[in-house]
Structure formats: C-alpha cells, structure tokens
Design a protein around this ligand. Structure first.
Ligand code: PGA
Length: 250
C-alpha cells in the first residue's frame, strides 16, 4: 500500500522570525498516521528547520542541489552530500521555476543522480505549460520530461524517488487542475513507469502540485493515482498546511 506524502515548498520566502513562527505551528500539529510530511525551506534556513523539528516526524528537504555529489568549486551551490550531512532527506529536482531559469534535462538528471548517490531522495517535478496543454501536448511533454530521466538512469531509479506532477499554469495562479485532469496525467505517468517495471510503478509516490489548498485537497487526494501533494503558497501558513495534511490522512 502506497503512503501519502504532503510536502511544503516554501520557495524564496521567509525570514528567521517568520520561519521560527512557522516551526512553532508545525511542532504543535497533530499528524495523522500514514502520511509522510516534509518541508522544503530555502537552504539558508535548513539548519534552523532541522533543529526546530527535532523529535517531530516531519522531514526536511532542499529546493535545489548541485550537479555533483561532493564538495567542490561550484560557487553558490550546495552539494547533496552537504545536504545529507545537515540532515536533509529529500530534494526537489527540476521544479518548473528552475527549468525557467535555464535548468536543462541534462542538469537535472545529474542533480537527481548525485542526490541519490548521497542518500537524498529526489522529488522530480514535471508539468506542462498552458500553451502546451491548449495544444493538446500535455502527455507528450510530461512523458518526455519523465522519459529523459528513465532513459538516463533506468526506471529502477524511481524505487527511491518521488514524482510531482505540477502543471505550470496551476502554480501560484489559484487555478488548480480538476481532480480528473490531474488523475489522467498521474495515470499516464504510472503507465509509463509500468511499461518498464510494474512494481516500481505500483509503489511510486505521485504527488500533485499547483494551487493545492485545504478547500480542494481532499478531492484531489481522493483520486486513485494521486498520492499526496506538493504545496507552495498554502504551506506557508501552518493552519492551512495542517488542514491539507489532515485531508491526506482521510
Ligand atoms: P503553489 O506552488 O501551491 O503555490 O501553486 C506549488 C509548487 O510550485 O510547488
């Protein structure tokens, strides 16, 4: 039986004070069983978050990591080995906001591989733009984004990875894919994995992301191939994030 995951992507938000306040809310939260909960703070706050969540079963992840596993001359980057050393167990790979900044398939494949080599689980983000959806190319685009990683690293790489389907047009816009639109893409993602390895497909955690909030979470998470969510804006409010986590527990 697949576990559900609810992950909060804080993006480039927060100050030491606001992070301390959010941590207080997370510490006080009653977490339902069967739901993996994680937060992805800006790397500047990773140590503060890990310290603040000591003893609480909420994992900490990074929003990005370097293309190589070990330390080196890569100014401004953080290596997955450093993330593992800090206590991070997860990292986002290929978020659409980073793809827009110029991150290529080749770069994110290296990041995915380097993270796994350090025991940091990649959360691969894939999704189509509005123009691609309107042109009827959603499954082609998402299939290509996933396929390039499968081709480079093998489907077995997804034994220890999470996939987040995040339609670009739904991120931060208040527009959410309908549960059926999201389910259709999730089913296609699982079928793509299954074509290579049925067991990997069955066990893969597939998250939906894009304007998930307490009001729409239960309906989305109720779909058969949606195993939780990657939450941006709504994860910055502990009450709202807590309500989304509870929706995943039902
Ligand atoms: P959003 O962001 O929930 O604010 O739409 C989701 C994401 O980018 O991961």
């Amino acid at each position: 039986m697949r576990r559900t995951m609810v992950a909060g992507n804080w993006k480039m938000h927060g100050t030491r004070a606001s992070v301390a306040e959010l941590l207080q809310g997370l510490r006080n939260m009653a977490l339902p069983g069967g739901v993996d909960v994680a937060v992805f703070p800006p790397s500047l706050f990773i140590n503060q978050v890990i310290d603040g969540l000591q003893g609480k079963s909420i994992a900490t992840g990074a929003q990005n990591s370097a293309v190589q596993a070990e330390q080196g001359a890569l100014t401004g980057e953080v290596s997955p080995a450093q993330l593992a050393d800090a206590g991070c167990s997860l990292v986002l790979v290929g978020h659409s906001e980073r793809r827009l900044m110029g991150e290529t398939d080749e770069m994110l494949i290296s990041k995915f591989k380097a993270a796994q080599a350090c025991g940091v689980k990649p959360v691969l983000c894939i999704g189509e733009t509005l123009a691609e959806r309107e042109a009827g190319k959603t499954l082609e685009v998402v299939g290509h984004q996933l396929g390039s990683v499968i081709e480079a690293l093998g489907v077995e790489a997804f034994v220890n990875a999470v996939i987040a389907y995040e339609p670009v047009w739904a991120i931060g816009t208040g527009l959410t894919a309908t549960p059926q639109q999201a389910q259709d893409v999730h089913a296609a993602i699982r079928a793509q994995l299954a074509a290579k390895n049925a067991e990997v497909a069955l066990n893969a955690q597939l998250l939906y992301g894009g304007s998930v909030k307490a009001a729409n979470a239960a309906e989305l998470f109720g779909m058969p191939d949606i195993d939780g969510g990657l939450i941006g804006g709504a994860s910055l409010n502990a009450d709202e994030f807590g309500a989304i986590i509870r929706a995943a527990g039902n």
